[in-house]
Design a protein around this ligand. Sequence first.
Ligand code: GLU
Length: 304
Amino acid sequence: MNYAQTLSTIYDEVLPLIRKGQVADYIPQLAKVDPGKFGIYLHFLEGESFAMGDAEEQFSIQSISKVLMLCMAVGKLGERVYQRVDVEPSGDPFNSLVQLEYEQGIPRNPFINAGALVITDMLIDAFDDPKQYFLEFARAISGSQGVAYNAGVAKSEKQCGFKNAAIVNLMKSFGNIKNDVEDVLELYYDFCSLEMSCQELAKAFCTIANHGKSIINKKKYLSESQFKRITAIMMTCGFYDEAGEFAFRVGLPGKSGVGGGIVAILPNKFSIAVWSPGLNEKGNSLVGMKVLELFTTKTNLSIF
Ligand code: GLU
């Protein structure tokens, strides 16, 4: 298979869709991103890689950080993480509050905001300096010291994060947040503000595709069972209320973020990251979804 050629064909095919989506503007700093940006990076576990467009330019990974947060929590605390957060698709938008009240403050899964906020709360108790540890973890598995937080994005989100504040407070009222709500929100916004390129993301997620063992430093971060479970949650919950659509069209476990990034993996084989800031009405990168659909269709490389 000529992957360079395949990516190039896909790139040309989706070019007319660039700028068709809506850049996330509920976080003022993200509204400033050029909607014309477009990068793809494909990395095989065996070492081969292929890049297109702005693949080396960093962007705000936003909710993609939720997967790394979960890896960090499960790696340290084990399966008890799942006592405070469920593993069911929500079928609701990422920042929805409605289910939380019916379900006594237990979020549907770790990849919606409520779930990631509970995970953040756990990380505050589990690590002396979770912000630094998270950064070092992302740097280690991406093999890049250039990975960094963007304080401006974190601040910008904090200033208008009324829904996230409501979510944490509601969960606190049910006893599912142990720390101060402001501390939880602040760390959560830091995690979301992490900036990585498609190249760095694809390399980092090779760790998950490789059953939790980094291809960079060869360290095993997840047990087999932890790998299986995290991958399953990516498959069922990685795309807000469009997880079914992504499975249907693409057929890979993955995670998106409102910065317009999507990363997907085929266990034992590869990781692929796409960035195009224009989002569809569900908050997933419009072009990113199409690229990945075309990729798995043209290469027959999906889990199905
Ligand atoms: N920081 C964003 C928020 O909490 C993340 C959303 C996302 O990427 O899904 O709204």
